[in-house]
Design a protein. Structure first.
Lengths: 260, 260
DNA sequence: TAGTGGTCTAGACCACACC
DNA sequence: GTGTGGTCTAGACCACTAT
């Protein structure tokens, strides 16, 4: 096509703010999804769609990327693209004042063991670099799929002593560590939410590709004035909506989950 | 290059999980940023970088896209790419139980007027479709740049009567509406955070390109058992970290902001 | 084996900022 | 102008899933 590039020709000579092609396409597709498709329905494949709209496949993919990021589409390699269900509401507010692993906590421990934390974690825990901590991995499942992966760091020094020794590793050890943690008084809590991208193993745990957008929730748990645990949870940004319910209001229109 | 595509050849025949080129590149660049650059410093231009790493410009850009999403790089068209400062912490927890526009609120009203809300907003406000609401636009500035744009919807019926009529439009009207709103009892509040992409005018307000990743914070304000206002705030995902401080802990290591 | 999405290339033009 | 990032193209191969 000799038509060059850079979006459609300006509709008017009077500076109509040239809209990128992929953005226009996103709008068309979003409207089509809303009006002509139902949840779970498959879209035509990318090559056909690109041809139908008269654009290169890369441009079409740019539009699909947007819609996937917004949680409106779901793409699976080797399978196809389908219309995504509404995002899962994950409530971070209701159980805001409880230790991880407290009764009602929906997270599933998958691994645990002593390890030397990343420098940033050591700093947040006010530990000298190189000091080992208990490194717990947990997963949150909702609607049949993993929606979040967590890494919980607990300095060895904060755990109260116990008669029974800790199991050497694995989920059993995680449960034991959390049980001991739960015997401490929880005197404060702190949360931060930001955007990140899934690393190689996070991506694997979340059933996504490396670099996928995730919502990173960092939680600091305080006991007696010091940070007793640090949780870094990564939620699939395409399928999750984090809620901080204050109560006193009728529920929103979807299927919520209570993880912690 | 006749080398085909799809990432580097597997290092071993034993299935070492071929790592995409752009992901490897992202790692290299991230390390370089940490060790060889300082905040604000400019990177070489994309064409040079691509040549240096022996990849196509599109592949390099895929890596830069990641780093920008993670808030580690800042790209400005016509200018260049620089190392970004740490994200701004925006505290959504401290003033969690106050109306928008209450004393100490750092948001700046920019526009206001009656309008018929989008269908989704009408539903959330429990209003019949087509019923007009007060539509307030506000902006949050931090460190000299806009970090968030908000749209606040207030049903006309909830506002208490007043002697003085509302100004016809503009920031004055916004302030008047918020002042009246503040005279109601705030009986509950509700928040949700999810990933979205900036629309055309949001993008303009945030000084970004259309489609940029934003953190969408939806807040419902309740008064006497009904939803009296709905705020949809979009924060620049590259520059913001949302915090929900519970107090009782020493501050994190950065420059926070108290918007509401 | 066929079909899908994911990655990569080499090249082009466009919009914008700065001189 | 010159140089930067942003958009777009046409075509190729790869990894995966299902048949």
């Amino acid at each position: 096509m000799g038509e060059s590039a850079g979006g459609p020709a300006p509709d008017q000579p009077g500076r109509p703010q040239p809209e990128p092609k992929y953005w226009h396409l996103r709008t068309l597709l979003a409207r089509a999804i809303d009006t002509e498709f139902t949840v779970g329905q498959a879209l035509p494949n990318e090559r056909d769609l690109a041809a139908r709209f008269g654009v290169a496949r890369a441009t079409l993919r740019q539009a699909l990327d947007q819609l996937e990021l917004e949680g409106r589409l779901q793409r699976r390699r080797g399978v196809g693209t389908t219309v995504a269900p509404p995002r899962v509401g994950v409530d971070l507010g209701a159980r805001a004042h409880a230790w991880p692993g407290a009764p009602g906590d929906a997270w599933v421990p998958t691994a645990c063991g002593p390890a030397t934390p990343p420098e940033a974690v050591a700093r947040a825990l006010r530990l000298p670099p190189g000091r080992p901590v208990e490194d717990i991995r947990r997963t949150l499942i909702a609607h049949g799929g993993p929606v979040a992966a967590e890494r919980l760091y607990v300095p060895l020094g904060v755990l109260p002593p116990s008669d029974a020794p800790l199991p050497p590793r694995g989920p059993e050890r995680a449960r034991a560590v959390l049980a001991r943690l739960g015997r401490l008084p929880l005197t404060g809590q702190d949360r931060a939410v930001e955007l990140g991208s899934a690393g190689a193993d996070e991506a694997r745990r979340l059933d996504r590709l490396p670099g996928s957008a995730v919502l990173v929730v960092t939680t600091r748990y305080a006991s007696s004035g010091r940070t007793a645990a640090l949780a870094v949870a990564t939620y699939r940004a395409d399928t999750c909506r984090l809620t901080f319910g204050g109560g006193h209001l009728p529920p929103r229109g979807d299927a919520p989950v209570t993880p912690r």
